[in-house]
Design a protein. Structure first.
Length: 154
């Protein structure tokens, strides 16, 4: 029996690649400072709490974690979509990437009206002995730089 013919690519993707420019990361600010994307949108780490992460989704491992509450403020004259927000955390001198928990997290999503603020929480696994050097990076669109926060969590 002959192998099936893969045919020609459909309209989705069409096998094309698009060149993209790398997104820049701004120099980190302190954990208690305001991160400014330069687009009218700013973010603050409104709270960082030590919690116990609860495993619910495949690949999650219960253990010590941080609940990072991010407050986004739209200082522009137009509504801004938060559907592309990505929050990542790394720790230690080797910048070990931390994994998130679905349980307890309530990510930033939706449309943020001009002049409004909203909060989202991200529960992220960070070992208790590795909190002296954490870095939180936040992005929301490929056209704006990534904002970074760095410091010790007490």
């Amino acid at each position: 029996m002959p192998a099936p013919d893969a045919g020609t690519p459909g309209t989705i993707g069409e096998g094309k690649t698009e060149a993209v420019e790398p997104v820049s990361v701004k120099d980190p600010v302190a954990l208690d400072a305001t991160g400014d994307f330069g687009t009218g949108l700013t973010v603050e780490l409104a709270a960082i709490e030590q919690v116990q992460g609860v495993a619910r989704a495949p690949g999650e491992i219960a253990g010590p974690a941080l609940a990072v509450t991010v407050e986004a403020t739209n200082g522009s004259d137009e509504a801004t979509s938060l559907d592309g927000v990505v929050v990542s955390l790394s720790y230690g001198e080797n910048r070990t990437p931390a994994s998130g928990f679905s349980k307890g997290s309530s990510p930033l999503r939706g449309i943020l009206a001009a002049g409004s603020s909203v909060r989202g929480t991200y529960v992220i696994a960070v070992p208790e002995g590795q909190r002296e050097d954490v870095r939180v990076e936040i992005s929301y669109t490929g056209s704006a730089p990534t904002v970074a926060f760095a410091g010790a969590v007490k």
